[in-house]
Design a protein around this ligand. Structure first.
Ligand SMILES: [Zn+2]
Length: 261
Protein backbone atom coordinates (compact mmCIF):
# COMPACT_ATOMS: atom_id res chain seq x y z
CA UNK A 1 0.00 0.00 0.00
CA UNK A 2 2.75 2.44 0.95
CA UNK A 3 4.64 1.29 -2.15
CA UNK A 4 1.71 2.40 -4.36
CA UNK A 5 1.52 5.68 -2.45
CA UNK A 6 5.26 6.23 -3.01
CA UNK A 7 4.77 5.55 -6.72
CA UNK A 8 2.07 8.23 -6.96
CA UNK A 9 4.16 10.76 -5.00
CA UNK A 10 7.04 9.90 -7.37
CA UNK A 11 4.82 10.60 -10.42
CA UNK A 12 4.10 14.07 -9.06
CA UNK A 13 7.81 14.72 -8.41
CA UNK A 14 8.63 13.42 -11.89
CA UNK A 15 6.23 15.98 -13.30
CA UNK A 16 7.99 18.63 -11.23
CA UNK A 17 11.35 17.48 -12.65
CA UNK A 18 10.04 17.88 -16.23
CA UNK A 19 9.03 21.48 -15.57
CA UNK A 20 12.02 22.22 -13.35
CA UNK A 21 14.73 21.50 -15.97
CA UNK A 22 13.09 23.92 -18.43
CA UNK A 23 12.92 26.64 -15.85
CA UNK A 24 16.51 25.99 -14.86
CA UNK A 25 17.59 26.15 -18.51
CA UNK A 26 15.77 29.43 -19.07
CA UNK A 27 16.87 30.78 -15.68
CA UNK A 28 13.27 31.33 -14.64
CA UNK A 29 12.03 31.53 -11.11
CA UNK A 30 10.92 27.99 -10.45
CA UNK A 31 9.04 28.50 -7.23
CA UNK A 32 6.46 30.94 -8.52
CA UNK A 33 5.56 31.17 -12.21
CA UNK A 34 3.00 28.96 -13.90
CA UNK A 35 3.77 26.18 -16.34
CA UNK A 36 3.46 27.10 -19.99
CA UNK A 37 3.61 25.21 -23.29
CA UNK A 38 7.17 25.48 -24.62
CA UNK A 39 5.85 26.25 -28.13
CA UNK A 40 2.78 28.48 -27.93
CA UNK A 41 3.53 29.79 -24.38
CA UNK A 42 -0.10 29.20 -23.45
CA UNK A 43 -0.51 28.92 -19.68
CA UNK A 44 -1.35 25.36 -18.71
CA UNK A 45 -4.44 24.63 -16.64
CA UNK A 46 -4.29 22.16 -13.77
CA UNK A 47 -6.13 19.59 -15.92
CA UNK A 48 -3.11 19.72 -18.29
CA UNK A 49 -0.72 18.97 -15.48
CA UNK A 50 -1.88 15.64 -14.09
CA UNK A 51 1.09 13.26 -14.39
CA UNK A 52 0.77 10.65 -17.16
CA UNK A 53 -3.06 11.04 -17.30
CA UNK A 54 -2.90 14.43 -19.06
CA UNK A 55 -0.35 13.12 -21.52
CA UNK A 56 -2.54 10.12 -22.32
CA UNK A 57 -5.80 12.09 -22.71
CA UNK A 58 -4.07 14.74 -24.88
CA UNK A 59 -2.24 11.99 -26.79
CA UNK A 60 1.08 13.75 -26.17
CA UNK A 61 -0.02 17.02 -27.78
CA UNK A 62 -0.56 20.53 -26.44
CA UNK A 63 -4.28 21.26 -25.89
CA UNK A 64 -3.88 24.72 -27.40
CA UNK A 65 -1.41 24.53 -30.32
CA UNK A 66 -1.47 20.73 -30.85
CA UNK A 67 2.33 20.51 -31.10
CA UNK A 68 4.00 17.47 -29.58
CA UNK A 69 4.71 17.96 -25.87
CA UNK A 70 8.42 17.88 -25.03
CA UNK A 71 7.97 16.58 -21.54
CA UNK A 72 7.82 12.84 -21.68
CA UNK A 73 5.65 10.89 -19.24
CA UNK A 74 8.66 8.56 -19.04
CA UNK A 75 10.25 10.96 -16.55
CA UNK A 76 7.16 10.76 -14.35
CA UNK A 77 6.94 6.97 -14.60
CA UNK A 78 10.68 6.58 -13.94
CA UNK A 79 10.67 8.81 -10.85
CA UNK A 80 7.53 7.02 -9.64
CA UNK A 81 9.20 3.63 -10.09
CA UNK A 82 12.39 4.80 -8.32
CA UNK A 83 10.38 6.19 -5.38
CA UNK A 84 8.43 2.92 -5.06
CA UNK A 85 11.56 0.74 -5.35
CA UNK A 86 13.48 2.90 -2.90
CA UNK A 87 10.83 2.27 -0.29
CA UNK A 88 10.28 -1.39 -1.19
CA UNK A 89 13.98 -2.33 -1.27
CA UNK A 90 15.35 0.20 1.23
CA UNK A 91 18.52 -1.41 2.65
CA UNK A 92 18.14 0.11 6.13
CA UNK A 93 15.67 -0.61 8.91
CA UNK A 94 12.83 1.91 8.64
CA UNK A 95 13.14 3.35 12.11
CA UNK A 96 13.97 7.01 12.87
CA UNK A 97 17.41 7.01 11.29
CA UNK A 98 16.40 4.80 8.35
CA UNK A 99 13.40 7.03 7.58
CA UNK A 100 15.55 10.15 7.77
CA UNK A 101 17.99 8.62 5.27
CA UNK A 102 15.12 7.55 3.00
CA UNK A 103 13.70 11.10 2.93
CA UNK A 104 17.15 12.55 2.16
CA UNK A 105 17.55 9.93 -0.55
CA UNK A 106 14.18 10.77 -2.15
CA UNK A 107 15.16 14.47 -2.31
CA UNK A 108 18.43 13.33 -3.89
CA UNK A 109 16.47 11.22 -6.42
CA UNK A 110 14.59 14.35 -7.55
CA UNK A 111 17.90 16.19 -8.01
CA UNK A 112 19.49 13.21 -9.78
CA UNK A 113 16.48 12.85 -12.09
CA UNK A 114 16.73 16.55 -12.99
CA UNK A 115 20.48 16.15 -13.70
CA UNK A 116 19.80 13.06 -15.80
CA UNK A 117 17.21 14.83 -17.93
CA UNK A 118 19.28 18.02 -18.22
CA UNK A 119 22.38 16.09 -19.29
CA UNK A 120 20.42 14.07 -21.87
CA UNK A 121 18.82 17.23 -23.29
CA UNK A 122 21.74 19.66 -23.21
CA UNK A 123 24.85 17.51 -22.55
CA UNK A 124 25.91 19.34 -19.40
CA UNK A 125 25.45 18.87 -15.67
CA UNK A 126 24.47 22.26 -14.26
CA UNK A 127 26.48 23.37 -11.21
CA UNK A 128 23.32 24.46 -9.42
CA UNK A 129 22.16 20.84 -9.30
CA UNK A 130 25.49 19.23 -8.37
CA UNK A 131 26.06 21.80 -5.62
CA UNK A 132 22.53 21.24 -4.32
CA UNK A 133 23.24 17.50 -4.16
CA UNK A 134 26.54 18.16 -2.38
CA UNK A 135 24.83 20.46 0.14
CA UNK A 136 22.15 17.82 0.78
CA UNK A 137 24.83 15.16 1.34
CA UNK A 138 26.72 17.43 3.77
CA UNK A 139 23.54 18.12 5.76
CA UNK A 140 22.84 14.38 5.93
CA UNK A 141 26.33 13.55 7.22
CA UNK A 142 26.23 16.30 9.85
CA UNK A 143 22.79 15.29 11.14
CA UNK A 144 23.78 11.60 11.28
CA UNK A 145 27.01 12.60 13.06
CA UNK A 146 24.99 14.40 15.73
CA UNK A 147 22.19 11.83 16.18
CA UNK A 148 24.73 9.02 16.41
CA UNK A 149 26.30 10.77 19.42
CA UNK A 150 29.14 12.41 17.51
CA UNK A 151 30.19 9.22 15.82
CA UNK A 152 33.46 9.96 13.99
CA UNK A 153 33.24 6.63 12.16
CA UNK A 154 30.30 8.06 10.12
CA UNK A 155 32.34 11.13 9.19
CA UNK A 156 35.34 9.01 8.21
CA UNK A 157 33.26 6.66 6.04
CA UNK A 158 31.50 9.60 4.39
CA UNK A 159 34.76 11.38 3.51
CA UNK A 160 36.37 8.17 2.27
CA UNK A 161 33.29 7.41 0.20
CA UNK A 162 33.34 10.91 -1.30
CA UNK A 163 37.05 10.55 -2.12
CA UNK A 164 36.33 7.26 -3.92
CA UNK A 165 33.39 8.81 -5.78
CA UNK A 166 35.19 11.93 -7.03
CA UNK A 167 38.89 11.14 -6.69
CA UNK A 168 39.29 8.82 -9.67
CA UNK A 169 37.32 11.17 -11.96
CA UNK A 170 39.37 14.09 -10.67
CA UNK A 171 42.62 12.32 -11.63
CA UNK A 172 41.26 11.45 -15.11
CA UNK A 173 40.02 15.01 -15.48
CA UNK A 174 43.40 16.51 -14.52
CA UNK A 175 45.34 13.92 -16.54
CA UNK A 176 43.32 14.43 -19.73
CA UNK A 177 42.83 18.18 -19.16
CA UNK A 178 39.06 17.67 -19.24
CA UNK A 179 39.06 15.69 -22.50
CA UNK A 180 37.87 12.31 -21.24
CA UNK A 181 35.58 13.43 -18.49
CA UNK A 182 33.72 16.66 -17.77
CA UNK A 183 34.16 18.82 -14.69
CA UNK A 184 30.48 18.25 -13.92
CA UNK A 185 31.10 14.50 -13.61
CA UNK A 186 33.93 15.14 -11.11
CA UNK A 187 31.70 17.28 -8.90
CA UNK A 188 28.89 14.75 -9.24
CA UNK A 189 31.30 12.00 -8.14
CA UNK A 190 32.30 13.82 -4.94
CA UNK A 191 28.65 14.64 -4.20
CA UNK A 192 27.21 11.17 -4.66
CA UNK A 193 30.16 9.58 -2.87
CA UNK A 194 29.33 11.67 0.18
CA UNK A 195 25.65 10.88 -0.21
CA UNK A 196 26.15 7.10 -0.43
CA UNK A 197 28.12 7.00 2.86
CA UNK A 198 29.88 3.76 1.99
CA UNK A 199 33.13 3.54 -0.05
CA UNK A 200 31.95 0.31 -1.74
CA UNK A 201 28.89 1.95 -3.29
CA UNK A 202 30.63 4.58 -5.50
CA UNK A 203 32.69 1.71 -6.95
CA UNK A 204 29.56 -0.24 -7.66
CA UNK A 205 27.96 2.84 -9.26
CA UNK A 206 31.01 3.21 -11.51
CA UNK A 207 30.94 -0.47 -12.53
CA UNK A 208 27.23 -0.27 -13.37
CA UNK A 209 27.78 3.04 -15.25
CA UNK A 210 30.68 1.79 -17.36
CA UNK A 211 28.92 -1.48 -18.16
CA UNK A 212 25.76 0.33 -19.30
CA UNK A 213 27.89 2.89 -21.15
CA UNK A 214 29.74 0.15 -23.07
CA UNK A 215 26.50 -1.68 -23.90
CA UNK A 216 24.86 1.50 -25.17
CA UNK A 217 27.98 2.37 -27.21
CA UNK A 218 28.06 -1.13 -28.78
CA UNK A 219 24.35 -0.90 -29.54
CA UNK A 220 24.71 2.53 -31.17
CA UNK A 221 27.77 1.48 -33.17
CA UNK A 222 26.05 -1.72 -34.32
CA UNK A 223 23.04 0.26 -35.48
CA UNK A 224 25.29 2.86 -37.13
CA UNK A 225 23.65 5.55 -35.00
CA UNK A 226 27.06 6.63 -33.79
CA UNK A 227 30.67 6.32 -34.84
CA UNK A 228 33.88 6.07 -32.83
CA UNK A 229 34.56 9.41 -31.20
CA UNK A 230 30.88 10.35 -30.85
CA UNK A 231 30.41 11.91 -27.42
CA UNK A 232 28.02 10.19 -25.08
CA UNK A 233 27.13 12.03 -21.88
CA UNK A 234 28.53 9.99 -18.99
CA UNK A 235 26.42 11.75 -16.35
CA UNK A 236 23.17 9.84 -17.02
CA UNK A 237 24.96 6.49 -16.80
CA UNK A 238 26.63 7.50 -13.55
CA UNK A 239 23.27 8.58 -12.17
CA UNK A 240 21.78 5.22 -13.17
CA UNK A 241 24.72 3.55 -11.41
CA UNK A 242 24.13 5.61 -8.25
CA UNK A 243 20.45 4.61 -8.17
CA UNK A 244 21.28 0.90 -8.52
CA UNK A 245 24.10 1.13 -5.95
CA UNK A 246 21.98 2.84 -3.31
CA UNK A 247 18.80 0.79 -3.68
CA UNK A 248 20.17 -2.66 -4.55
CA UNK A 249 23.87 -2.27 -3.69
CA UNK A 250 23.90 -4.22 -0.44
CA UNK A 251 21.76 -6.99 -1.99
CA UNK A 252 24.08 -7.22 -5.00
CA UNK A 253 27.02 -7.29 -2.65
CA UNK A 254 25.57 -10.16 -0.60
CA UNK A 255 24.65 -12.01 -3.78
CA UNK A 256 28.11 -11.79 -5.40
CA UNK A 257 29.65 -12.60 -2.01
CA UNK A 258 27.64 -15.83 -1.89
CA UNK A 259 28.78 -16.70 -5.42
CA UNK A 260 32.43 -16.29 -4.56
CA UNK A 261 32.68 -17.88 -1.13
ZN1 LIG B 1 1.11 24.81 -27.08
Amino acid sequence: MITVFMFIIGLAFGSFVNAFVWRLKKNKNWVSGRSICTYCKHKLASKDLIPVVSWLTLRGKCRYCHKKIDDSPLTELAVGAIFASSYRFWPFVLSGEGWFMLVVWLIAVVLLAAMFLYDVKWMILPNKLTYALLALAIVQVLILFVIKDFDFETLKLALFSSAVGGGLFHLIYLGSKGKYIGGGDVKLGYAYGLLLLDPILPWLALIVASTTGSLIAIFLLANKRAKFGTKLPFGPMLIGGVLVAMIWGSRLWDFTGRLWY
